[in-house]
Design a binder for this molecule. Structure first.
Ligand code: ATP
Length: 609
């Protein structure tokens, strides 16, 4: 590629030189009176042959460059996506990391084309080579002409004529020559690719992406759309057209006609000894030199920015997720078969850039298979606590042990494989019911039986049956999901998005959690206000289901369950209750113990029943 790019830089000067020879030949034919159509045709055929050779070389260089460029683009973009999906919430909360990722993203996007986004990609460095070799050959041609005795008047006339066109582009706007064929497919692929990128970059979806381990699936879907899009772009840029039509398009017929435009001039000057070919070559070379030098200067300026952004990309690639333990201290989750035992001592937590602790002095102990209800006033820290327990956030002080092991020694991916949850701000994707539920357990995402079973357990089966297309009905999701179809295979044409009520969405989210909650390896189920929008019947159904799936075939508890609720009549079903206030657990015990204590829980309970 380096060699081809260097050689391509010589083409323009060579082209000008060849055309000058042709003009000189025409001048000689006219001067000598040997001016026949056959001779003219012979010259034209020779020029055509030269142009064909140049075009053939150009085709090889362009297609070679396209292949290398597209592969590099894909690899760099994929690495960026991979990196983004690997990073956890604490890492992404760091403003320095965010800045670094933004610069790294600018570097990745610079691969989309020369000077796109005003930045410089490594491929522009290749063009730098072409530009340098072009400038050098033009200079060489000019010096050989100048020292070959070209009259001063011709030099001055040439400089004036050459400077004008290089000023003109500043006064005019570029034309958009984008080909809109395949526009629909391109729009769909772009939407899919951007939606997947949106998912990877979204903060609001991140808890579910981490918990349900959606990273590999997002990366795969993005890769598929990206690859197709790159193929389409190649087709649009002429990469897939037939060789003959491409060859014709690369032959500069206009250049050839401009040669013939000189014929009247030749007729006027046929008696003088001045070579019109030399004059044309001089004028064209100067003109090209001006334009190339201008581009070279612009490209060099961008090179500095490019180097800086490449540094950011390398630094971002080396970032390590903060929750990832060091390899030497990592241990794997040891399932108890009876649920997850959780022990929290003096735990504290602070949101990034916050001065006050959101959680302080948290102490609680839940035995394997027990049910814990977390209750308390708004803003008391309930959601924050479960997010720390779910390893979405790291804690600042204290200890958190699961099955007797320090949670900081567990790989978050390993830990999350044993957990299922419904988050308070669960994601609402503008996608089919099937996809919205299926992402709860990606390996069974396409299993109709698994999805039906999850819907049945969550009490959402009747709701889905009443939808126009059953599980294939596309739902009207939240902001990101609404802007485009985020799931591969969901693009059922222009099917209208179907809206759901808050309670109906909640059932979908519960079904999503139940996709994996039933699995034997899952030992902890967390529900953050799972039934806040459900009617009394639906609420009972959900809690009966949770009770049912948390027990094995012989009725023994096999999963620990934690749920947040404002309905204290529901909380009393739990083995233990944690009453939270102002970021800490102020009361902890069974329903009866807390009532006997006649504290804050008792007063809240009496107020609610
Ligand atoms: N991302 C955040 N950054 C900074 N502070 C936050 C953030 N999220 C929550 N907080 C603060 O942490 C405290 C606890 O919030 P949390 O959502 O855990 O309360 P909660 O008990 O779940 O409330 P609710 O019952 O209303 O759901 C609140 O004061 C809240 O403002």
């Amino acid at each position: 590629m380096f060699t081809l790019d260097l050689v391509r830089g010589i083409f323009p000067a060579f082209r000008g030189y060849s055309q000058a020879l042709m003009i000189d030949e025409l001048q000689r034919l006219i001067s000598s009176g040997d001016f026949t159509l056959a001779n003219i045709l012979r010259e034209a055929v020779m020029e055509l042959a030269r142009m064909s050779c140049e075009a053939a070389l150009d085709i090889i260089a362009t297609s070679n460059e396209n292949i290398v460029h597209n592969s590099a683009r894909f690899l760099v973009e994929r690495k960026q996506m991979e990196q983004k999906l690997r990073l956890d919430v604490p890492t992404l909360s760091d403003p320095l990391v965010r800045d670094l990722l933004q610069e790294s993203d600018a570097f990745v996007r610079s691969f989309n084309g020369f000077s796109a986004f005003g930045v410089f990609s490594p491929f522009d460095a290749m063009r730098l080579l072409t530009l340098i070799s072009e400038v050098l050959t033009h200079l060489w041609v000019l010096s050989s002409l100048t020292f070959g005795g070209t009259p001063l008047s011709i030099i001055l006339l040439s400089i004036t004529a050459s400077a004008l066109p290089s000023i003109l582009p500043w006064l005019t706007c570029g034309q958009n020559t984008w080909d809109h064929s395949d526009g629909q497919l391109e729009a769909r692929l772009t939407a899919k690719q951007e939606a997947m990128r949106g998912l990877a970059y979204s903060d609001s979806y991140r808890p579910e992406i981490l918990l349900f381990d959606l990273g590999p699936w997002i990366l795969k879907s993005w890769s598929r759309a990206r690859k197709s899009l790159l193929g389409l772009e190649r087709k649009q840029s002429g990469g897939d057209t037939s060789l003959s039509s491409y060859l014709l398009s690369r032959i500069y017929l206009s250049g050839m006609f401009s040669t013939f435009q000189n014929i009247p001039l030749l007729l006027v000057l046929h008696s003088t000894s001045t070579s019109v070919g030399t004059f044309t070559l001089y004028r064209n070379t100067l003109q090209s030199l001006f334009l190339t030098a201008e581009t070279l200067f612009r490209t060099l300026r961008m090179a500095f920015q490019g180097v800086f952004l490449m540094g950011a990309f390398c630094a971002a690639s080396a970032l390590k997720p903060r929750l990832q333990p060091e390899a030497h201290s990592t241990t794997s989750y040891d399932p108890s078969g009876a649920g997850m035992a959780i022990d929290v001592r003096n735990l504290s937590f602070r949101y990034p850039e916050s001065k006050i602790l959101a959680l302080s002095n948290i102490n609680l102990s839940v035995k394997a298979g027990e049910t814990l209800a977390i209750v308390g006033y708004n803003g008391s820290g309930k959601t924050t606590l479960v997010n720390v327990l779910l390893r979405i956030y790291d804690f600042e002080g204290g200890t958190l042990r699961v099955n007797g092991v320090d949670i900081r020694r567990l790989d978050p991916h390993d830990f999350h494989a044993h957990v299922s949850a419904v988050f308070q701000g669960f994601s609402k994707f503008s996608a089919s019911v099937k996809s919205n539920v299926g992402i709860g357990f990606v390996p069974e995402m396409n299993s109709a039986d698994a999805i039906d079973a999850a819907l049945e357990l969550a009490g959402a089966a009747d709701l889905v049956r009443s939808l126009p297309d059953g599980v294939r009905t596309r739902l009207d999701g939240d902001e990101l999901g609404r802007s485009c179809d985020v799931f591969c295979g969901d693009s059922a044409g222009s099917q209208k998005l179907h809206g759901l009520s808050g309670g109906e969405w909640q059932r979908i989210a519960i079904s999503r959690a139940l996709m994996r909650a039933r699995r034997p390896e899952v030992e902890l189920l967390v529900f953050d206000e799972p039934t806040s929008s459900l009617d009394a019947h639906a609420q009972k159904h959900v809690f009966d289901t949770i009770e049912q799936i948390s027990r094995g075939p012989n009725g023994d508890r096999t999963k620990t369950v934690i749920y947040i609720t404002h309905r204290l009549a529901t909380a009393r079903r739990a083995d233990k209750i944690a009453m939270m206030d102002n970021g800490t657990i102020v009361e902890f015990g069974t329903h009866e113990q807390l009532l006997t204590r006649n504290g804050r829980y008792a007063s809240l309970y009496h107020a609610s029943v």
